[in-house]
Design a protein around this ligand. Structure first.
Ligand SMILES: [Zn+2]
Length: 551
């Protein structure tokens, strides 16, 4: 197997914030003894058969995750070197020593046969210590890993058997893997990986109970509103209470927080749900058209009004009218709006007749209406009229725990929309998202996820560099600094710079000379400027230049 220096570099200890990373995946350094206690408890509570299945599937998931790294880490290597990432990571992770006995495969043709020798399996060590010598193999999690890894790597199901295990008195363990179709007893081996175990059945039953429970409850369609944070649930609670009444609602919040979605949800929860929901963006309509749009116009009411037409108020009759960016409404239209709210009647332009309308108004603004009133741009009486039931929609940075469920929901939505599948989001990507301040809120998250899906490779996981903007000249390495800020990081660039220098055999001295000469030449011989660009003083630079010239 090739050298594993590239894999070792993927491990980052971030002790300051309590995390360890393997590329984008969060890892945990665990006492083997703790894992051993966990295994013992599982054996005693759910029995050996279920324990075997649970651990095999846990190993399978780990193997799958590592397979996502194989081609990413060694993009140009031979297929054997790429495949070796799995066994090598398995060793690096401290699970077992792997020695290939024989291994032939052809991803294109779909053929695979592999035999590997295992020494020092942690599972043998712990199992035998607790339960004594065994008659059946016990390297369950390890075997699951091999199967998960190879299956994901080959793109077809590869099953492994442990043909001999050190727990049964052999000198070492030996495993053999083949495509499912090449094992006569494939069905039996597969059973361990199928989600039909007792635990899964219990889970299914629980899910069934949950769904029965929800179907018994009145329908409460939150649509695309997703969250479990306190501030989000508080806003939903206020929406739900408003929905049961006819109160005029004022939604406030930063741009991009999803005010229209909240308004739609309010509408769907209300008794008006089967009547129209009409949305108007006051900032998007030209001032001269806004009154006819809202209140309608009779034929000939203004130039271009060729026929009588109802306004949005009339079209929303019985339902809900959502007035977005209300602060942009011109003063003349504000006076008319106040009248509609007071009397429940609209007057079309060019008409003297009033028409009764039954509309619940939901207004939204991201500007401070108090300030607009003070500046004379908004009517105080209208503000009071609309501000009876204000609901503040929290910005995304105050809903950190909602980011992950939202991101997954959006990823699924865009995968369907773009007909492209990825394996999910890396822990590191999720972590960066939780720390990012989101000035553009949910809308920005939506854009980022869509972009991340598009730039990532199909079948791979969307990583932090796929999500956040790339600097010119290469993929971004984005990390989270000690104070929690997201920043471009150098380490991965440094890695490649270092590799490059090594490959070219450039020494530190030669590199320094070269940097100094280049800086001086780019500064046109201006030593002060060259020194600044190198972050040193002019005397320091002169001294080094003398040394170089003296060589
Ligand atoms: Zn074994």
């Amino acid at each position: 197997m090739p050298a594993d220096a590239d894999l070792r570099r993927l491990v980052h200890f971030s002790a300051g914030d309590g995390r360890i990373w393997l590329a984008g995946h969060r890892m945990v350094l665990l006492h083997a003894e703790a894992l051993s206690a966990f295994r013992r408890e599982l054996m005693q509570t759910i029995g050996p058969l279920q324990t075997r299945r649970v651990l095999k599937r846990a190993g399978y998931a780990a193997g799958q995750r590592d397979a996502a790294l194989a081609r990413q880490v060694r993009p140009n290597a031979s297929s054997w070197d790429q495949f070796s990432v799995g066994p090598q990571l398995h060793m690096l992770e401290g699970a077992v020593q792997v020695t290939p006995d024989e291994c032939h495969f052809d991803v294109e043709a779909g053929t695979y046969h592999g035999r590997f020798r295992w020494d020092h399996s942690w599972e043998v060590e712990t199992h035998v210590r607790t339960f004594g010598p065994q008659s059946e193999p016990v390297c369950w999690m390890l075997l699951g890993y091999a199967s998960g890894y190879t299956t994901a790597f080959m793109g077809q199901q590869i099953l492994y058997k442990e043909v001999q295990c050190a727990a049964c008195g052999h000198d070492h363990c030996m495993i053999e893997g083949r495509p499912a179709k090449d094992w006569p007893d494939a069905e039996q081996i597969k059973e361990d990986y199928e989600e039909d175990s007792m635990l899964v059945r219990m889970e299914d039953l629980q899910a069934e109970i949950d769904s029965l429970r929800t179907s018994l409850q009145p329908s409460d369609d939150l649509g695309e509103l997703i969250g479990r944070s306190k501030s989000f649930l508080h806003a939903i609670d206020l929406i739900r209470k408003a929905a049961a009444t006819q109160v005029t609602v004022m939604l406030t919040g930063e741009t991009g927080v999803g005010k229209e979605r909240f308004a739609r949800t309010l509408h769907k929860m209300s008794t008006r749900a089967d009547k129209p929901f009409v949305a108007v963006n006051c900032a998007a309509l030209p001032h001269e058209l806004i009154e006819s749009e809202l209140f309608g116009a009779e034929k000939g009411a203004y130039t271009g009004a060729g026929s009588a037409r109802p306004g949005r108020f009339e079209r929303a009759d019985g339902g809900t009218l959502f007035l977005d960016e209300l602060g942009e409404l011109p003063l003349a239209a504000q006076a008319k709006l106040l009248r509609v709210l007071q009397n429940g009647e609209v007057e079309r332009l060019g008409s003297t007749a009033y028409r009764k309308v039954d509309v619940r108004v939901v207004a939204a603004t991201n500007v401070d209406l108090e300030a607009a009133v003070a500046a004379g741009r908004f009517r105080r009486d209208l503000m009071y009229r609309l501000n009876v039931y204000p609901i503040a929609i929290p910005p995304l940075r105050e809903r950190v725990e909602d980011i992950e469920p939202l991101a997954h929901h959006l990823l699924n939505k865009f995968m369907a929309q773009h007909n492209k599948r990825v394996a999910g989001l890396t822990d590191k990507a999720l972590d960066a998202m939780r720390r990012y301040p989101w000035p553009g809120n949910v809308r920005e998250l939506e854009n980022l996820i869509e972009r991340g899906l598009i730039v990532s490779s199909a079948g791979q996981m969307v990583d932090v560099g796929d999500l956040f903007a790339m600097p010119a000249g290469g993929p971004a390495a984005v990390t989270v600094s000690e104070n929690g800020q997201l920043e471009q990081s150098l380490p991965s660039d440094m890695d490649s710079l270092f590799d490059d220098l090594q490959r070219r055999g450039i020494s530190l001295d030669a590199l320094e000379d070269c940097l100094i000469r280049e800086a001086v030449s780019r500064a046109g011989g201006n030593l002060s400027a060259a020194a600044r660009s190198l972050g040193m003083t002019r005397p320091q630079l002169s001294y080094r230049l003398q040394k170089i010239n003296g060589k």
